[in-house]
Design a protein around this ligand. Structure first.
Ligand code: EPZ
Length: 423
């Protein structure tokens, strides 16, 4: 397994291109299953998770081609020959569960392995199941697989209120409801920008949907959807991660393609901590307002709250801030695994339940640390950029799932970062 060696070397400045959003692309790709006509995505991120999703779609008989160095994904689901998502693929990536709704809507049945837990939590599927059952699906769990079947005359539009604004369950419901008979209303829907992007694509394919970005979304089912070409929205989590670089090391970065409207709560906290940023013709410019970063309290929440996917990265910054703050994680039950690794670098963090108390220190010290999940990994990279000495991060396959060309992008702003091939 590869490792990444980071050597802290002061302020970093330069330009970083922001890629298309992993979490948008992973729901846009299964949308191809809804139509017999080609669906092409542009501005796609070059990530291992995208390759995993491509393999999963190909296992159903879909054609998936990666063009233009991976920036374009051309898909066609004209002939589906298999309706079962295998455990080996699903356990690698939970987002595989996003084929459930489209397969049910298109073919009337689906067999999808339960993803199993992951490092950050149990990740159950009950909200997905309730949402699809509301449309008439019958779903049974057999030997670790969800066996789903639509009524003989197809899914039926219904009103359904989710117990929690689950992103993935919203996406599964929306995709299934586009081809259901009649109208559906989803209440307590998730409002993330990736859902807005999915609806934008589905609308291009002929879906009749209103209300995306709010808690109530209405869908008027249609008989069929046609093909489309759609650009993947920029990755707000990659953007937020890189906005933290000048905050933690000093310097100034230009983030090409970034959009501030996707990160309002995060930007409020960053401004309070002492980071300034503004929109430029090409994206976002970010830099530290003055020498010190102030400690700020953060509580994660569903959009438009502070994104849970930026909690680990914010913790890295708070480890070097002036003062004490509390980071509360309300979305996942085990998303502080970066804390013990940051402590190895000299951070002062006390975790009690869902709250981490962080007391800022003047300088972190480089150390060997281990990646445990995607966002925890990149928080350790951020800490390494600001630390004295060398940090070696092992198990970097976690990073490759969600950060495109990470070393290249960091080297371009002067960071001393290199990949050490594993044995
Ligand atoms: C999406 O996961 C993202 N992944 C996650 O990003 C992100 O952290 C999460 O939304 C929250 O914003 C993708 O979009 C591919 P949820 P998802 O359903 O859809 C519980 C990253 O780092 N829950 O909103 O799986 C669940 O256990 C990843 O890029 C149920 O209890 O998130 C969690 O505690 C990590 N039952 C909470 O809800 C269910 O049926 C939020 O989950 C579904 C979810």
């Amino acid at each position: 397994m590869d490792s990444i060696l980071v050597t802290g070397n002061g302020p970093l400045s330069g330009t970083i291109p922001i890629a298309g959003a992993k979490n948008a692309c992973l729901t846009l790709m299964p949308a191809t299953l809804l139509s017999e006509e080609p669906l092409t995505l542009t501005n796609a991120p070059r990530l291992s998770d995208i390759k995993t999703m491509s393999s999963l779609l190909q296992s159903f008989g879909a054609e998936v081609s990666s063009l233009n160095d991976g920036l374009v994904i051309a898909m066609s689901s004209h002939n589906l020959t298999n309706l079962s998502a295998d455990y080996d693929l699903v356990r690698k990536m939970r987002a595989s569960n996003l084929v459930l709704g489209p397969l049910l809507a298109r073919s009337g049945e689906a067999v999808v392995s339960l993803p199993g837990g992951c490092a950050i939590g149990a990740r159950p599927m009950d909200i997905h199941i309730s949402a699809l059952e509301a449309l008439g699906a019958v779903i049974e769990l057999k030997e670790g697989y969800l066996h789903a079947r639509a009524p003989v005359n197809g899914l039926q539009g219904r009103r359904h209120k989710m117990r929690f604004a689950s992103v993935g369950a919203t996406e599964n419901f929306l995709m299934a409801a586009t081809l259901a008979k009649g109208a559906s209303v989803l209440e307590n829907a998730a409002r993330e920008p990736e859902i807005v992007d999915l609806v934008s694509c589905l609308r291009k394919m002929g879906a009749h949907i209103q209300g995306e970005g709010t808690s109530t979304i209405t869908i008027e089912g249609v008989d069929r959807l046609h093909g489309a070409t759609h650009p993947v929205v920029c990755d707000r989590i990659e953007l937020g991660t890189y906005m933290l670089i000048p905050a933690i090391t000093g310097g100034e970065v230009d983030l090409v393609g970034g959009r501030l409207d996707l990160l309002t709560s995060f930007c409020e906290k960053l401004a309070a901590a002492g980071v300034e940023f503004d929109e430029t013709d090409s994206g976002i410019r970010a830099k530290r307002t003055n020498a010190d970063i102030k400690a700020v309290d953060v509580t994660t929440g569903v959009f438009p709250g502070f994104p849970t996917d930026l909690q680990a990265q914010m913790m890295a910054l708070m480890c070097t801030a002036q003062g004490v703050c509390h980071l509360e994680e309300t979305i996942f039950e085990n998303r502080f695994m970066h804390a013990p690794e940051l402590i190895r670098m000299g951070a002062q963090i006390e975790v009690r339940g869902g709250i981490a108390k962080v007391s800022g220190v003047s300088k972190l010290k480089g150390a060997p640390v281990m990646a445990t999940d995607l966002r925890a990994s990149v928080s350790l990279i951020l800490a390494g950029l600001a630390a004295e000495g060398e940090t070696i991060l092992s198990r970097v396959y976690h990073l490759d799932r969600g950060y495109e060309k990470l070393e290249e992008k960091l080297q371009a702003i002067g960071a001393q970062v290199q990949r050490v091939p594993g044995i």
